[in-house]
Write a protein of this length. Sequence first.
Length: 220
Amino acid sequence: LFYYAHGGTLFLDEISELPLPMQTRLLRVLEERKLRPVGSEREIPVDVRIIAASNRDLAAEVAAGRFRQDLYFRLAVVDIRIPPLRERVEDIPDLMRHFMEMLSLQLGVAPLQLSHGLVSGLAAYAWPGNVRELRNFVERSLILGAFPAASLSSASTAATSADDDSLPLEVVEKRHILRVVEACGGNKSEAARRLGVSRKTLERKFADWGEDTRPAAAEV
């Protein structure tokens, strides 16, 4: 990674999860600005700007002996602390729109509409998983085709829907495929392309479900 990032910036996510031996190696590279590639007998210079992130308090990790103090001070030149999502609930609508736009394209489905009641319910939830949990919530809702219908003022409902989580994988898969086909106007060839499967595989799925496999008008 350092080799390919030479002259640029390298983002190291969840730096606190790095084992102590790897922390030692990272510190050496940062201090000496050179490394020895695997299989090579000589060291090469590297000039990389490091941006590191962690969802843990690194100072506390240092105190607990899980993170090297010298590496901590080497990284903490500029320390930016981002408040947890529960302390900035006003960001939830914008974050959801961002995830909705990105994930709907990836999944090949239409975005869902946000409502005031939905956002209010999500704002009342503590979000222990922070932004990642919100992203997963949006992705699951897109796959299932709707946001949870129960009261979203409940933390357990906002983060996970018991009904959704208990659904068999086959049901979740069917809902997602049908949503993609609907988003494609019934064009199964386009739906298969978005789903990353062959048209034959998609037709077999429909046959297994007893669904109509005749081509849509746009495909005739």
